[in-house]
Design a binder for this molecule. Structure first.
Ligand code: ZN
Length: 423
């Protein structure tokens, strides 16, 4: 998928009213399911999942605040951000003073509508711009939220790209935010593109599309015995803004995915953050009982931009170029995980004569000759059966791809033998 195709997917998903349960999630997975073979799971209300319980399912058809002239001054049909997620149904006539405790604005960003939810405390509310509130008048207002909160299901989905081995790579995206493009439709789009690009990998790639927190907890509760197979993982979010890439390390801090991301990001603008038990669903995957090697890849991180969780996180806030860049970075990380390995130098006494084997001459004239030669020397020197190609890339400062290509050339010339798995 191109950046434009990913952006088109974001556009299609944008109007759907997602929450942690309900038809918006199902519709979202339906669209993704046109592009990927998805296994959709429905978990009933009341099911115990780790320390949590699946809540009632929330659905909404319409909502508004009408002024005395009968005009919708706040209208769910214009933006689903206008209703606090999980609002219980309401039908009342209220003055502005009565209504005010249920209104949420951003006084410092008066043109923007905030995104608010109240999943676990039964309440209702509207979100609107401060500018709208200031112009509303005193009422009385007709206030309607046509929603239902009833026994139902929590919905999540998985897509699996089978590998030749047992080891798994987990890519997890939250699918619970309504009309917010960067957080996290861009993440969903990039994950979808990555899944479509993988062909017969070594690892099995498991993509989890689940509502934030409760969805990841549900997945963990239902896949406890499988978590031991997860050798690498990433939560993917905020994948389409103009900022530089940010990688947040796993709780372990030095897992192969942490080292792979550091190598991949080394040659481009980026930030690397240490783990903290906040942010996206790495919080759950890295809880101490699981302690999975799962880091977090974003562009501008969680809560790190003024448009975060506001109507400013719209379709113009994410670009095809940024999503394509996130995808290429992920692809480079996949290349590290797929190609890493430990090798043994079969001619370790002195340097083997590379020219005689055509390994110098064949590279003549290429602008990257020097890099390719250095990569061969580093691979030969560190291939003692202990160091992996990722180690070589880390210590030499050379791009992983150059190191992997050197290893392939040396193996082809009979100078190197693969002796074990790497990352
Ligand atoms: Zn969010």
């Amino acid at each position: 998928m191109t950046g434009e195709e990913m952006h088109a997917l974001v556009e299609r998903l944008y109007p759907l009213c997602r929450s942690i349960t309900g038809d918006g999630v199902r519709a979202t997975l339906g669209v993704v399911g046109e592009l990927l073979d998805l296994a959709v799971h429905e978990v009933p209300t009341g099911t115990q999942v780790l320390d949590w319980t699946i809540p009632r399912e929330w659905n909404i058809r319409d909502a508004w605040i009408k002024n005395p002239a009968g005009e919708r001054v706040v209208d769910f049909r214009r933006s689903n951000l206008h209703v606090v997620g999980y609002s219980v149904p309401v039908s009342a006539t209220m003055t502005l003073d009565e209504l005010r405790p249920h209104l949420h604005t951003l006084p410092d960003q008066p043109g923007l509508v905030p995104y608010r939810t109240s999943y676990y405390a039964e309440t209702w509310g509207f979100c609107l711009s401060q500018d709208t509130l200031d112009a509303m008048g005193e009422g009385p207002f007709e206030v309607v939220i046509d929603s239902t909160l009833a026994d139902g299901h929590l919905t999540y989905a998985e897509h699996v790209v089978p590998g030749s081995g047992e080891d798994e790579v987990l890519i997890s995206c939250h699918v619970c935010h309504p009309s917010l493009a960067n957080d996290n439709l861009a993440g969903i789009a990039v994950a979808t593109a990555l899944a479509r690009r993988l062909k017969e990998p070594r690892h099995t790639y498991r993509f989890v599309f689940a509502p934030g927190t409760i969805g990841a907890i549900t997945w963990l509760a239902r896949n406890r015995e499988r978590t031991g197979r997860i050798k690498h993982g990433l939560t993917l979010a905020c994948a389409g803004d103009q900022g530089a890439l940010t990688y947040k390390r796993s709780r372990r801090g030095d897992a192969p995915i942490d080292r792979a991301m550091a190598i991949v990001l080394r040659d481009r603008p980026h930030t690397i953050l240490d783990f903290s038990p906040y942010g996206y669903d790495e919080r759950q995957y890295c809880s101490p009982g699981f302690d999975l090697p799962v880091g977090s890849l974003t562009r501008t991180p969680y809560a790190g931009y003024p448009e975060y969780h506001t109507s400013g996180d719209d379709l113009d806030f994410v670009s095809p170029q940024a999503m394509a860049d996130t995808l290429e970075t992920l692809w480079s990380a996949v290349e590290v995980l797929e190609r890493d390995g430990r090798y043994e130098n079969l001619s370790p006494y002195g340097e083997p004569q590379l020219g005689r084997r055509g390994l110098y001459g064949s590279l003549g004239g290429r602008s990257d000759t020097k890099q390719a030669q250095m990569a061969m020397l580093w691979v030969l020197n560190l291939s003692d059966g202990e160091h992996s190609l990722l180690d070589v890339a880390g210590r030499s400062g050379l791009p992983f791809r150059a190191v992997a290509e050197a290893a392939a050339a040396l193996e082809g010339a009979g100078l190197l033998k693969r002796v074990g798995e790497g990352a």
